[in-house]
Design a protein around this ligand. Structure first.
Ligand code: GLY
Length: 378
């Protein structure tokens, strides 16, 4: 048998994350000065574009071409992705183009997927405008869209060439969206260290009030920590999976609420983190005092910590106990991207700063635990 080895050295994925208040004031010049290209394709969150006088969808101005992205989980689908690819190709984009994503997580995810597949890949710049995107989704190259089978089921891992973070965007962010990002900051601290966590405890009031100095420092820390996870495990087969702390529980809650906006991702992650901590306490792998501290911090920051607090503003209240007992809940958990062949994988804290991926839980066991604690009686 003839064996021919194809030895591919992965291309370098090194890139910089630049963080500075006011950095986005002239984002076009900022991108042009750092990445030369024959054309630039801006994919901008449509709400932001309308508010900031961004040229309309389909407009060409000099080297710049503009497309507006409909935000919201309900628009994160293959149809919008395909339409953006077609519209980009109508501009006559060539492979040396730079695609610039300006917006929150949904815009960044769709735009990243477009960049990674358009002409088999064009360079990508992420300019995240929400706290959640600034501390998490704009770094690390994950992108994608939702499919019938579940959230983010179609996508790639494709690193940007540059990330520009301007905390000034946060000044106009709706409160709930700001807090959604705060939940990811707490998650990062629980993963990282008692020292980072203690600094959030001490600065909870400043963080919740969007105190610029404190928030810029927290964004920087989160990006540095996330960069470490991504450098170690870009393809998400090992250590990077720890970043899913709170997400498996949270994903079930978001799915059962139907992604109708009544549960914001960060709220689901906050409650999911508390559930992960309490599950670990029940297994005698986390001290109760640590779980109490996580719950106390989230409460101090204005985040929900109990399932029963979620989706409270729905016209028809959601019966969480019934929803968690449904076939749908089992199906969501079993279909979770993070599930393995032999059961559900959970990231469980063993201490603040020591979280571990544990495998093989039965969906029924996890859902029973959630159902038994809808009102957070531990
Ligand atoms: N948001 C988790 C990750 O990027 O791996």
């Amino acid at each position: 048998m003839l064996t021919i080895d194809v030895n591919i050295t992965r291309p370098s994925h090194s890139y910089s994350i630049l963080l500075e208040p006011g950095l986005s004031a002239d984002w076009r010049a900022g991108v042009e000065s750092r990445l030369a290209a024959s054309s630039y394709l801006a994919l901008v969150d449509a709400t932001l574009a309308a508010a900031r006088d961004i040229p309309p969808h389909g407009c060409m101005e000099g080297k710049w071409r503009y497309l507006w992205v409909r935000p919201g989980e309900e628009n994160k689908h293959l149809e919008q992705y395909a339409a953006l690819c077609e519209d980009a190709l109508h501009f006559g984009i060539t492979r040396d183009a730079v695609l610039v994503a300006v917006g929150g997580g949904v815009t960044g995810d769709i735009a990243g997927f477009v960049a990674s597949t358009l002409l088999r890949g064009v360079r990508l710049v992420q300019i995240p405008t929400t706290l959640l995107a600034q501390v998490d989704s704009s770094v690390g190259g994950k992108n994608g869209v939702n499919a019938e089978a579940g959230k983010n089921m179609v996508g790639t891992i494709y690193q940007p060439s540059l990330v520009l973070i301007d905390p000034a965007f946060l000044d106009t962010l709706p409160r709930r969206e700001f807090l959604a990002g705060v939940a990811e900051i707490v998650k990062t601290a629980v993963l990282d260290s008692g020292e980072f966590f203690a600094s959030l405890e001490a600065g909870a009031e400043r963080l919740a009030a969007n105190d610029h100095g404190f928030v810029v420092d927290a964004i920087g820390r989160c990006c540095r920590i996330k960069a470490g996870f991504v450098q170690d495990d870009e393809r998400d087969t090992g250590r990077r999976q720890l970043l899913n702390l709170g997400h498996t529980f949270g994903h079930v809650l978001e799915s059962l609420a139907g992604y109708d906006g009544s549960v914001v991702h960060g709220e689901a992650v906050a409650v999911g983190m508390v559930l992960a901590c309490r599950f670990s306490v029940a297994r005698h792998t986390l001290a109760k005092a640590d779980a109490d501290a996580v719950e106390l911090l989230l409460t101090a920051l204005g985040l929900p910590t109990r399932i029963g607090q979620l989706a409270a503003d729905r016209p028809e209240p959601l019966d969480w106990s019934a929803a968690l007992a449904s076939e749908e809940a089992v199906a969501v958990l079993a279909a979770d991207k993070k599930a393995g062949a032999d059961g559900v994988n959970l990231v469980l804290p063993h201490a603040i700063g020591d979280c571990r991926l544990e495998k093989g839980f039965s969906p029924v066991e996890v859902l029973r635990f959630m159902r038994d604690h809808v009102d957070g009686q531990w």
